[in-house]
Design a protein around this ligand. Structure first.
Ligand code: ADP
Length: 294
């Protein structure tokens, strides 16, 4: 059983942006979704936990490893798939993984060979092992990224916006792989895509403006909103009026016409229909972007 405990973590950049504002959270085994709009501070949190940048204040422990004071101990048990997994060189998948395994300290060549074979197999790229990674599709590249993140049997796996640029099939395969890996260790999946979290994660947090604005299960968050979300198709030119009179959660175009979701304690009438809230409603109501959506 693993536990990641983050306490009072803050981080400001030299330009004055406070990317992490006193974050405290505990995360244990399984798939954990970190959801937030662009700019919320997700990558800053991921990079800080991956010991790629220093926090201003606060502490983080993975069981008894003091992440900020013993970064090398953490790196031994960390698998990290950054948002941009570098430039893919003109070498084969097998060569790349072999090289990265050397960098991760696996010096025995026979052990390394077996590990690389195991990883290629696990991410379903064994057949393509002799092909240059430069020519791989987005999904295949992400699978190489996951394979490298699994080198060294990590206990904490951090994947930052991993599904950007994947087609639906690739995304599904990627989900399945992560879910399998996530059974025994902590996997933190940082994303702005609500579906990623809904389909994969048992626990989640929502971040906005450097703070955690929700922490719990996706279902609990949905239950909290139950009975309060109404929808209506509205004429485009009346959006402004609706925005003034109702608390709009989201506004989506459906067949060229705006479909708005609002939050209301009582039935607003006026053709609004009570609906079962979904995780997207949770996301938008927690980050409270109603004013900027219309
Ligand atoms: P997210 O991953 O949720 O999109 P980030 O952690 O990348 O959020 O960014 C949080 C905030 O910090 C944003 O306002 C962003 O512009 C700012 N930021 C991120 N990295 C840097 C940096 N290296 N220097 C200055 N500001 C940064």
């Amino acid at each position: 059983m693993y536990k990641l405990s983050i306490k009072n973590l803050s981080k400001s950049y030299s330009n004055g942006v406070k990317a992490l504002d006193n974050i405290s959270i505990e995360i244990s085994n399984g798939m954990f979704g970190l959801l937030g709009p662009n700019g919320a501070g997700k990558s800053s949190l991921m990079r800080t936990l991956a010991t790629l940048q220093e926090a201003d204040t606060g502490s983080a422990f993975l069981n008894d490893i003091d992440i900020f004071n013993e970064p090398n101990e953490l790196r031994k048990v960390l698998g990290y798939l950054p948002q941009e997994f570098g430039v893919y060189p003109r070498i084969t998948a097998e060569q790349l993984l072999n090289h990265l395994a050397i960098l991760k300290g696996i010096s025995n060549s026979r052990e390394r060979k077996e590990l690389v074979k195991y990883l290629l197999d696990k991410v379903n790229l064994y057949e393509k092992r002799n092909k240059s990674v430069k020519g791989f599709s987005g999904g295949m590249k992400q699978r190489v990224g996951i394979a490298q993140a699994l080198i060294g049997n990590p206990k904490l796996i951090i994947v930052d916006e991993p599904t950007a640029g994947l087609d639906p099939g690739e995304r599904n395969r990627f989900y399945n792989l992560l879910a399998e890996v996530g059974k025994e260790v902590i996997v933190i999946l940082s994303t702005h895509i609500v579906d990623d979290v809904r389909e994969l994660c048992t626990n989640m947090a929502i971040m906005n403006l450097g703070q955690i604005v929700y922490h719990g299960t996706p279902q609990n968050a949905i239950d909290e909103l139950d009975g309060r979300v109404y929808q209506k198709m509205v004429p485009r030119e009346e959006l402004e009026v609706y925005a003034q009179n109702y608390s709009i959660i989201s506004n989506k175009m459906v067949g060229g016409q705006p479909l708005i979701h609002i939050s209301s304690e009582t039935n607003p009438g006026e053709g609004f229909e009570l609906i079962k809230p979904n995780l997207e409603d949770v996301f938008f109501s927690k980050i409270n972007t109603s004013n900027t959506l219309v």
